[in-house]
Design a binder for this molecule. Structure first.
Ligand code: NAP
Length: 498
């Protein structure tokens, strides 16, 4: 058996994995490999190719701060443009040379005797082995599609497509289509499919709050200024960042402050939908912000189309030919689109990462839910950094900001590892507990807990284990330096508790 020895194995080549690779390279760590199941960079922005896929975070915030993109064509980026941007950055930093495509990491196990991780990777039907001092787990929370557990779904005789595994060869023209879900993905793809489908049934379990999408195309002069006038794009980015941060106050500390947002959403419904019955169906029954606030100008017009039916009776089962609702109605369809999100708090990946004493991440989190110190290090999983880990998700601004905060922490970590000859780093259990308690304390008045909704932000125990409470600059502050006192460390020459 051949084992490839590397200093660092990065799992995932999306925004965070690529960012980690760039930062390692810039800081003199060259002995790393990037392992990714796909064939190019982009992660979720590579995988989500459904029609209408776009970002609901302003494009000015959707780039690395060290690689601003003066060429954004619009104020909100669409999937092809974001995907292109990420791949262009990868080319610029020559990360391709370090990347092994088609590599599915099926197991990563900590070896206590060697102070190293052992990785099993399936590639082209064969198993490859890697040994790494450190693992950067950058697969991200939106990587494993969630297929709904609906009675009879396996018996459906037509086609089933998940929004994150789109079949671009399938022709929806004239077809009878069912879409299950009304989340961020569904509200983008439904308007596109509605234009060509013969009939479209949209199955809504919970109506989302939706603000208008204030998207516009940049004028050529703006792109010129972004490129040529020093500071213009940075200033615009800072302004957009500041405006978005205001929402964090309402979401985390004072949901009542979100009333104006609710009024905007209600105005959006009133303006777009004339039928009172349909209006009632699309009006959410929970506080705005409790689930992700969505952005769209074409969702309401789409569901008001004559060929579209918004079905709210609840699905009881799926048959060989269609979808049956709780009132007994069967609607026959050719294709079912499941826009039902991802395994965020229960990712199958958690089973495949095995830390000390043979415990998997899934076992470590079984009773507590997901927890990591500063969203990054987990007790019992030495020398492993989780990118976009627990408590780093956001409801109001760009995840790229959080990723870059984690990258600062990563860089500081690797500097100390190198300078001090550290071979093993494990976050102390009490540091992790204290951090998690402060996160939970910060969430106690948040709309995510008090807003009267169920969402993927919560785990099965109702705990919010995905989101960062409050302002993102606070996360930036606490991840500035690797705080070694929170860790038990071993050095090459001796064993020391910091
Ligand atoms: P999602 O937000 O989790 O929405 C899933 C939808 O499927 C919800 O409407 C949910 O209903 C419904 N659903 C799930 N299981 C169901 C079942 N068994 N029967 C009926 N309905 C069911 O997933 P998503 O829309 O793919 O979005 C996931 C995340 O991806 C977003 O929150 C966002 O972070 C990201 N995203 C971002 C963008 C962007 O513009 N940046 C675009 C797309 C996605 P309930 O609400 O009742 O649970």
């Amino acid at each position: 058996m051949t084992t490839n020895d590397v200093q660092v194995a990065i799992i995932g080549a999306g925004f965070s994995g690529l960012g980690a690779a760039i930062k390692l390279k810039q800081n003199g760590v060259d002995d790393f490999v990037v392992l990714d199941r796909g064939q190019n960079f982009g992660g979720t922005w590579r995988d989500n190719t459904y029609p209408g896929a776009a970002c609901d975070v302003p494009s000015q915030l959707y780039s690395y701060s060290f690689e601003l993109n003066p060429d954004w064509t619009r104020s909100y980026g669409h999937q092809p443009e974001i995907h292109r941007y990420i791949n262009d950055v990868a080319v610029k930093y020559n990360i391709e040379a370090k990347t092994r495509w088609g590599s599915d990491v099926t197991r990563a196990e900590w070896n206590e005797d060697e102070n190293r991780w052992h990785l099993e990777v399936t590639r082209n039907g064969t198993t490859e082995h890697y040994s790494a001092r450190t693992v950067v787990a950058a697969a991200g929370p939106l990587c494993e599609p969630n297929l709904p557990d609906i009675d009879g779904i396996d018996s459906f005789g037509g086609k089933i497509i998940h929004s994150a595994r789109w079949d671009n060869d399938y022709d929806f023209t004239g077809k009878r289509v069912a879409v299950i879900g009304t989340g961020a993905s569904a509200i983008q793809l439904v308007p596109e499919i509605a234009k060509i489908a013969g009939r479209l049934d949209v199955y809504q379990r919970t109506a989302p709050w939706i603000v208008p999408r204030t998207e516009r195309t940049y004028h050529r002069a703006e792109n010129w200024a972004f490129k040529n006038v020093p500071g213009v794009q940075k200033l615009m980015r800072a302004t957009v960042y500041g405006l978005n941060e205001v929402t964090a106050f309402g979401l985390t500390y004072s949901p009542k402050a979100l009333k104006p947002v609710e009024l905007v959403c209600r105005g959006n419904i009133a303006k777009s939908i004339k039928d009172p019955e349909l209006r009632e169906k699309v009006t959410p029954k929970f506080a705005v912000g409790c689930k992700r606030i969505l952005r769209s100008n074409n969702w309401y017009p789409a569901i008001a189309r004559p060929n579209v039916d918004l079905v709210t009776d609840g699905i009881s089962k799926i048959t060989g030919s269609g979808v049956v609702t709780k009132d007994g109605t069967e609607r026959e369809v050719d294709v079912i689109v499941v826009a039902t999100g991802f395994h965020v708090t229960d990712s199958p990946m958690f089973e495949t990462i095995i830390g000390t004493q043979g415990r998997s991440l899934a076992q470590a989190w079984e009773h507590t839910g997901m927890q990591a110190y500063k969203g990054t290090f987990v007790h019992g999983f030495p020398n492993m950094l989780l990118m976009v880990g627990p408590s780093t998700g956001l409801g109001h601004t760009s995840i790229v900001y959080m990723i870059e905060s984690q990258l600062n922490y990563l860089v500081s970590y690797f500097k100390q590892v190198r300078d001090q000859g550290i071979t093993r780093t494990e976050v102390k259990a009490d540091a992790q507990d204290e951090f998690n308690n402060s996160v939970q304390h910060g969430l106690r008045n948040s709309v995510w807990l008090t807003g009267g909704c169920a969402s993927y932000y919560q785990d099965q125990n109702g705990n919010i284990t995905t989101l960062w409470p409050g302002f993102t600059f606070n996360f930036r502050r606490i991840t500035k330096e690797f705080d070694i006192a929170a860790y038990d460390v071993e050095r090459a020459d001796a064993t020391v508790s910091a």
